[in-house]
Design a protein around this ligand. Structure first.
Ligand code: MEV
Length: 342
């Protein structure tokens, strides 16, 4: 049996604007998804979060073909609702699709048994689906003897993510695959994925992640809601997020803690204006800001993870404890996808 793991991720800055070709700074986090994988005649899924299922290989490739067709239709009409409805027909569907895409890419003639255990809260802006996509892509390649590079694993994971979310930027899966910190920009013909030099441990070590609960809306729905905003309202805020991303990069380079905090707080303001925050997140962000720190939502928003920073971690922890929600040390810059056991 082979065990693969991949980390979750958080956007330090740049979610949503990254969908429109603006840069984002994304960090892998300490929470990981683990997959035990072995060869099997069929495709067998075991997951506490998604349930268990067993399908024949032919059926899996039929599902894979069906969702690929639905994606193409969605892409040509800019409406992925038929795809999302189909994916929702079975709780295990996201994992079955992941297995189908990964096995096809690995050119396998056999199936796979996958036991998935993830520490990453589902649908909470921490890249749970990307971490799964990356681990399953790597697992299928490993057990069928394909020596895929990280770039190839990432491209398979991106195919899976497109089926999960319609037209994602590809930033989430890249962060989960490569790990560390990345400067990510969606570009034709090739995305820019640059390791971001994280030479400010005194800043990075002070980040905490608070989970305010699973969002009601999916990433695809929240991205669509931003797209549906009038251009005149949306574009200036996306441009501000772009500017803030550059300012954050500069502040991190200079180890300018106040500059980092300003970028985070202003980004939260922009995301809130774009309608992807919640009253709860706005309140927590304002409390952290009043304490002298910084906080913003992570990923698509609508709930989920809040990235919090304060020079005094103990003071910040006291405040977060009062919210009643679970929080973790972010452990920013965690290692990307790796083989745990061969
Ligand atoms: C989701 O984690 C991040 C978004 O920017 C979507 C994307 O990048 O595809 C909201």
């Amino acid at each position: 049996m082979t065990t693969i793991s991949a980390p979750g991720k958080v956007h330090l800055i740049g979610e949503h604007s990254v969908v429109y070709g603006k840069p984002a700074i994304i960090a892998a986090v300490g929470l990981r998804c683990h997959v035990d994988a072995e060869k099997s005649d069929n495709v067998i899924i075991e997951s506490a979060d998604f349930g268990n299922a067993e399908y024949g290989l032919e059926e899996i490739f039929e599902i894979e073909k069906k969702v690929a067709d639905l994606w193409k239709k969605g892409n040509s009409t800019n409406n992925f609702s038929a795809l999302f409805e189909y994916v929702k027909t079975d709780k295990t569907m996201p994992l079955l699709i992941s297995a189908g895409v990964a096995l096809k890419k690995a050119g396998s003639k056999g199936g796979i048994k996958l036991k998935i255990k993830s520490e990453i809260p589902i649908g909470s802006g921490m890249g749970s689906s990307s971490a799964i996509a990356v681990t399953i892509s790597k697992a299928a390649a490993e057990i069928y003897g394909r020596e895929f590079s990280k770039e190839e694993i990432n491209s398979t994971a991106f195919e899976i993510e497109k089926i999960n979310h319609g037209n994602p930027s590809g930033g989430d899966n890249s962060a989960c695959c490569y790990g560390g910190f990345i400067w990510f920009q969606k570009k034709q013909p090739k995305n820019i994925i640059t390791p971001f030099m994280a030479n400010a441990p005194e800043i990075f070590d002070k980040f905490l992640l608070l989970n305010v609960g699973r969002p009601v809306k999916t990433t695809g729905e929240l991205v669509q809601a931003v797209r549906d905003l009038p251009e005149g309202f949306r574009i200036p805020r996306l441009l501000t997020l772009e500017k803030l991303t550059h300012e954050m990069k500069e502040a991190l380079g200079k180890k300018d803690t106040n500059g980092v905090k300003d970028a985070i707080n202003d980004a939260q303001q922009m995301l809130s204006e774009l309608g992807v925050s919640t009253d709860k997140i706005d309140k927590i962000a304002s409390d952290v800001r009043n304490l002298g720190g910084a906080a913003k939502l992570c990923g698509a928003g609508g709930g989920g993870t809040v990235l919090c920073f304060h020079e005094n971690s103990e003071e910040l922890k006291k405040l977060l404890k009062k919210t009643g929600f679970a929080y973790w040390d972010a452990e920013l810059g965690a290692e990307g996808v790796r083989i745990e056991r061969l």
